[in-house]
Design a protein around this ligand. Structure first.
Ligand code: ADP
Ligand code: TZD
Ligand code: MG
Length: 589
């Protein structure tokens, strides 16, 4: 297999000497780089090895950022969230078979979460793979990737690299965004073609994510339903955050006066402290609402599929009477769980501005009984929460520690909050208010553990903002080795490990007395020591005051920091907020 070991002059054509007429040529490596650059892609996340080591060097040599990770899954998660934050496909670059498979989880995650991402993997010799003759890292990667992504392409000829990358970009960002797989066999990189023909073969994608204008009928149907509502509710999902039409969403919410709920990663599109925010009265508004306008949120498990007890359940007065309006770019999303009375299909920017225009002047705000009842619940719940937050138990619990984080995020609203764990996730989501769009990134649609450090790296690299990660101790373990990456690139990331000695809590025991329980880790572990190994700042915090001081110092210095926050090991609950999904709980129900 032809592997160029000496990187050629970055980003330029190479000269082939020795032939009768010295022809300017360009190889596959450079065509890939030029195609990415031409399309405004300036960062690649990945991990080197055969056959892409030289590509990673040349990417760097060409002035792009090549962020090298310790495990491809974390590079993949980084790419997926870079896609969410920037609307450009995040690129993850891996080696063949095992590297590809390590990246694949992230590709599937991107697809599930509707994040635009392209996984580019080098692959082995086609002829050997297809005859299953046992090549180095042999695997039919394209076939394996297909069911897990929106589209998958293989490029065999250097002159097709431009088309391959253009198609991958279009597939990732148009319509419902998602993951795309690009298979580049090793041979492709060394193929040299005429430089002029090579350059001419590259495609700058025009209008990669075309607007999709909703039909007038659909908009009118939705507005008529909303106008007739006595207890309307808006639910904002991460599709609304992705769409980057924050001002119009705010205008629609404020013009109509309709209370709204923000799904986890939609928090901050409007500040959580907004008058119309109904998050603190969630269990009241979901069953009570008569018309629900979903904007970029699916009625999946996170919204209890739009039915059952969360929404009132059989016997409740709203049973079967609730009406749904769903704004989504996917025409197939409506009716996936319950009847959607008014689907509005289009991109959220176009749909929201059409709804705003159709709402017209003189919109009657929702009845005061509805907004008043919500405010009453909110006030009560907020007061109850304030009481809990004011307590200062020893050891710290999730509340006393997160009270500190809440203050710090309020004082630093531009910081990006990364969050994973079970209790560490659920408590952070409900306690820490967000003030700006796309500042909260978390476990997403799958409730996946392991996104933490990849998200931190991508958030810091793509936005240059301070990153604060609130991590369960189990959650952190999935990607913990990437603290080396964070230190190596000297990123402004402050990781807080909420250390309660285990998964959910640290109190389980093996009934036979032989081994540690499956949910329990080394007691009193010092995660802060991990970052010290790489020159970062480690702090062991046992009180809210210590925690506050160390996060503030991390933000001031912008140094990579890991704080081991010692949390009462009895404080959590099994599975956090989703205990009911455990099979044992289901059996009892
Ligand atoms: P959440 O988990 O926050 O409830 P989901 O991931 O379930 O959000 O839903 C996001 C929805 O947003 C998806 O159905 C997706 O098709 C949609 N979506 C994503 N981007 C856009 C866009 N630009 N315009 C319209 N809909 C979008
Ligand atoms: N593996 C993957 C990839 N994702 C998962 N969601 C899980 C396993 C199961 N799981 C959860 O859903 S939360 C969690 C696991 C292992 C860890 C919870 O422990 P934690 O958080 O220390 O991160 P708390 O604060 O102790 O609850
Ligand atoms: Mg834990």
């Amino acid at each position: 297999m032809a592997i160029v070991t000496e990187p050629a002059a970055a980003g330029t054509a190479t000269s082939q000497v020795g032939s009768a007429q010295a022809a300017e040529t360009i190889d596959g490596f450079h065509l890939v780089i030029e195609a990415l650059k031409l399309n405004g892609i300036d960062t690649v996340f990945g991990l080197p090895g055969i056959p892409i080591t030289d590509l990673t060097r040349m990417i760097q040599g060409a002035g792009m950022r090549m962020i090298a990770f310790r495990h491809e899954q974390n590079a993949g998660y980084a790419a997926s969230i870079a896609g969410f934050l920037t609307q450009k496909p995040g690129i993850c670059l891996t080696v063949s078979a095992p590297g590809f498979l390590n990246g694949l989880t992230a590709l599937a995650h991107a697809t599930t979460n509707c994040f635009p991402m392209i996984l580019i993997s080098g692959s082995s010799e086609r002829e050997i793979v297809d005859l299953q003759q046992g090549d180095y890292e042999e695997m039919d990667q394209l076939a394996i990737a297909k069911p897990l992504c929106k589209a998958a392409f293989r490029v065999l000829h250097a002159e097709d690299i431009g088309v391959g990358i253009a198609r991958a970009i279009r597939a990732a960002v148009s319509g419902r965004p998602g993951g795309v797989y690009l298979d580049f066999p090793a041979k492709l990189f060394a193929q040299a073609i005429d430089a002029a023909a090579g350059k001419a073969s590259l495609i700058k994608v025009v209008d990669a994510a075309p607007k999709q204008i909703p039909s007038q009928d659909a908009v009118k149907r939705a507005i008529d339903l909303l106008k007739g509502a006595k207890k309307p509710l808006i639910v904002l999902g991460k599709g609304a955050a992705y769409a980057q039409c924050d001002a119009d969403i705010r205008a629609l919410v404020e013009k109509t006066g309709i209370p709204y709920l923000a799904m986890s990663m939609a928090k901050g599109i409007l500040p959580d402290t907004h008058d119309q925010a109904a998050g603190a009265a969630r269990s009241f508004v979901l069953p009570e609402a008569d018309v629900v306008l979903l904007i970029g949120a699916r009625l999946n498990w996170l919204l209890s599929h739009g039915k059952g007890k969360t929404w009132g359940g059989a016997g409740h007065k709203s049973w079967g009477a609730q009406k749904f309006i769903q704004v989504d770019i996917s025409p197939q999303e409506a009716d996936s769980n319950v009847r959607i009375d008014a689907p509005v299909v289009g991109d959220i920017g176009s749909c929201v501005s059409a709804l705003l225009a159709a709402a017209g002047a003189g919109w009657a705000k929702p009845p005061a009984e509805w907004t008043g009842a919500i405010n009453e619940r909110k006030t009560k719940n907020v007061a109850k929460m304030a009481e809990t937050l004011a307590k200062d138990p020893s050891p710290m619990n999730f509340h006393s520690a997160l009270n500190v984080v809440r203050d710090i995020v309020k004082a630093n609203p531009d910081a990006i909050l990364v969050n994973e764990g079970a209790n560490a996730l659920d408590f952070t989501r409900s306690i820490v208010d967000m003030y700006k769009p796309r500042k909260r990134i978390d476990v997403g649609t799958w409730g996946i553990m392991g996104i933490g450090m990849g998200y931190c790296v991508a958030a810091a690299v793509t936005t240059k903002q301070q990153v604060i990660a609130i991590e369960g101790d189990s959650a952190f373990g999935f990607s913990g080795m990437e603290v080396e990456t964070i230190c190596r690139y000297d990123l402004p990331v402050c990781i807080v490990v909420m250390n309660n000695n285990g998964v959910y809590k640290g109190t389980d025991v093996d009934p036979t007395g032989r081994d540690p329980a499956p949910t329990v880790f080394v007691k009193g572990a010092r995660y802060d020591k991990v970052i010290e190994a790489f020159g970062g700042v480690g702090v062991n915090a046992t009180t809210p005051a210590e925690l506050r001081k160390s996060i503030e110092e991390a933000i001031r210095s912008r140094k990579p920091t890991l704080i081991n926050a010692v949390i009462d090991e009895t404080a959590g609950t099994e599975s956090g907020r989703i205990t009911s999904l455990n099979p044992t709980a289901k059996k009892k129900a």
